[in-house]
Design a protein around this ligand. Sequence first.
Ligand SMILES: Cc1cc2nc3c(=O)[nH]c(=O)nc-3n(C[C@H](O)[C@H](O)[C@H](O)COP(=O)(O)OP(=O)(O)OC[C@H]3O[C@@H](n4cnc5c(N)ncnc54)[C@H](O)[C@@H]3O)c2cc1C
Length: 392
Amino acid sequence: MISDRTTVGIVGGGPAGLMLSHLLHLAGIESVVIETRTREEIEQTHRAGILEHDSVRLLVDSGVSDRVLTAGHEHQGIELRFGGVSHRIDFRGLVGSSTWLYPQTDVFTDLATARERDGGDARYGVTGTAVVDVTSEQPGMLFTDAGGTPHEIRCDVLVGADGSRSMTRSAIADRNEFFRQYPYAWFGILCEAPPSAPELIYTRSDRGFALISQRTDAVQRMYFQCSPDESADDWPEDRIWSELQSRLAGEDGFSLKEGRIFSRTVLPFRSYVCEPMRHGNLLLAGDAAHTVPPTGAKGLNLALADARVLAEVIERAIVGRDRSTLDTYPTRALSRVWRVQYFSHWMTTLLHAVPDASDFDKQRQLAELTAVVESEHGSRFLAEAYTGWPTT
Ligand SMILES: Cc1cc2nc3c(=O)[nH]c(=O)nc-3n(C[C@H](O)[C@H](O)[C@H](O)COP(=O)(O)OP(=O)(O)OC[C@H]3O[C@@H](n4cnc5c(N)ncnc54)[C@H](O)[C@@H]3O)c2cc1C
């Protein structure tokens, strides 16, 4: 067993963990990140794709990379489509802001490369992670490195950024868990086709929700609502295209550009919050503390927002020698978390078909959509929340 120490130990090398490590480095604070997957595995896992305005600024202004500005695509709005008709929500015109299409795989690559460039200590491919003594002055993380050597690293502050199946949060014995399960999931595909639209199309149809998104000029990402126990193997290409086309069909004759489907996955989701986000010297960040349904495109953005607040709080605790500031983290982080929970839940229920919905429910949902697109205030609320409330 190799024993070592650092200032901040971070379990999980996703966006939350790596961004935190980067921001701490800028503040002159040493950290070690441990991650079970290899860099290559993470770079090949497709997840989120939409960055809020402030997430883009964080990547660029903190010196991670400005690749998002050259390789990403600015989206100045989205389309809400229902009753076979599209309605544009003009972010720029309504709130003077925008979002950026930039895949999570690229965000990860930028962060991992920046950590390597700056001499950061991120250890990929570890196994057997455990956290110990989290309420003591010297909490620790135990793991076996990719070469098979066991390690123990003691630190001043330990951060659990280990994603939605977090092992670290189980160290918080009397945690409160708030969650909502949804009676539907998303069927996600990646296909080789040109874009069908320049911006995202969020569609509500009687057959269920669909989302048309993009990746590159030659690869597209699309989703449609399905049952959580759907099997991806039961969906040959023809069936997928027919389902997507019928959900998008309308009087304007819109149709999707089809192409070879090379990835299909069923993504169950839920709303979840773990409180408190701090226990002794263990603090949770990102999906380890909360998950949201993907409809509002918030999970990745919320993970980055946590990292920003946490870096600031840890800097004051370590450099300013005022450990009481750690107490402020849960309150500051949770005020955003719950607003994002509300928005993601609202977007989800606004657009998905409930399996046993009555005629009243369906009419009420259509009326709600109409109210959003026909009211400037309704559209502005959506634009403001989707592009992201300010993080500072
Ligand atoms: C399939 C899928 C699709 C998604 N699509 C969207 C989307 O379209 N829009 C959106 O906004 N969000 C989406 N999300 C959510 C978004 O990807 C997450 O919110 C975001 O990744 C959270 O970042 P994080 O760093 O908190 O967690 P993660 O990215 O999950 O990173 C946590 C890391 O910790 C590592 N880890 C886990 N356990 C251990 C351990 N014991 N020891 C060491 N390391 C460990 C994991 O390997 C992982 O790399 C999606 C999520 C999934 C799973």
